[in-house]
Write a protein that binds this ligand. Structure first.
Ligand SMILES: Nc1ncnc2c1ncn2[C@@H]1O[C@H](COP(=O)(O)OP(=O)(O)OP(=O)(O)O)[C@@H](O)[C@H]1O
Length: 250
């Protein structure tokens, strides 16, 4: 039986007078890998805020595992890696292991020794993102792409069922974007449901199981090949401006 993680029924949201989302009907089911695309200001971050329970729908219903999002207590079931995660500078005095441990308990100070049990979970998460060789390295010494993997490990350490990623490939070079998508593919195979906000449409359509295009309302929800077969005019219509869809074929 299909298990629904997120269910939105006629969800609308306003910031004051500005309507950011209008009558969204949409489900995220266990095992999905959803690529969420749309123009700047289209409402992607707002949709994520609603899922995370940081904002309440102005109208409509949004449930997480069947419970209204704002009443949902098991926050550890939902992992989130923000667009601005990539902010540790060279001098930041914490190792990879310490940064990942922060994902397990916010109470754990950066400099406290982590317990053995925590350490095992942390090492598993670092392994999941293929960064074991760097576990004792200072986070600031890693490249942007490597740091991004560590932020994913930090989100994975509490074993979320749904992982939400907000533009994780910004500033990552083309070769590493491919590797990054391979990582997401592996995580999805390990039964982690993914919601990925991206402007990297060409790469995303080769990995995601569904594409959602949001521009205040849902303009498209379907499989990647259907999305790729949309005409230029249809895509430009969704985006509100001309869009060149560059697809990469392997
Ligand atoms: N805190 C806020 N107060 C008022 N308006 C806001 C606020 N946050 C977002 N908005 C507006 O809501 C709309 C949707 O914004 P949102 O950030 O969700 O879009 P987005 O799709 O994530 O954009 P981007 O791709 O540029 O990150 C925009 O018109 C934006 O200006």
């Amino acid at each position: 039986m299909v298990k629904t993680i997120v269910n939105m029924e006629n969800v609308s949201f306003h910031y004051g007078n500005r309507q950011a989302l209008s009558k969204i009907n949409f489900q995220i089911n266990e095992g999905d890998f959803i690529g969420l695309v749309g123009p700047n200001g289209g409402g992607k971050t707002t949709l994520i805020k609603l899922i995370l329970g940081l904002e309440k729908p102005s109208a409509g219903n949004l449930t997480l595992f069947g419970v209204p999002a704002q009443k949902y207590k098991q926050k550890s079931n939902i992992g989130y890696v923000s667009q601005k995660a990539n902010t540790f500078n060279r001098g930041f005095p914490a190792t990879v292991t310490e940064v990942v441990a922060m994902g397990l308990t916010a109470k754990l100070g950066y400099f406290k020794r982590v317990s053995k049990q925590v350490k095992v979970k942390v090492e598993e998460a670092i392994e999941q993102v293929g960064m074991s060789a760097y576990k004792n390295e200072n986070i600031g010494n890693l490249s942007g792409g490597q740091q991004q993997r560590i932020f994913i490990a930090r989100a994975l350490v509490s074993k979320p069922k749904l992982l939400i990623l907000d533009e994780p490939t910004v500033g990552v070079d083309a070769e590493n974007v491919e590797k990054f998508f391979d990582l997401l593919h592996d995580l999805n195979k390990q039964n982690i449901t993914l919601l990925l906000v991206t402007h990297d449409i060409g790469t995303m359509t080769h990995h995601a199981s569904q594409v959602v295009c949001l521009n205040k309302t849902l303009h498209f929800h379907g499989n990647p090949s259907t999305f790729e077969s949309l005409s230029k005019e249809q895509l430009s219509d969704f985006y509100g401006h001309p869009l060149n869809l560059v697809t990469h074929h392997h």
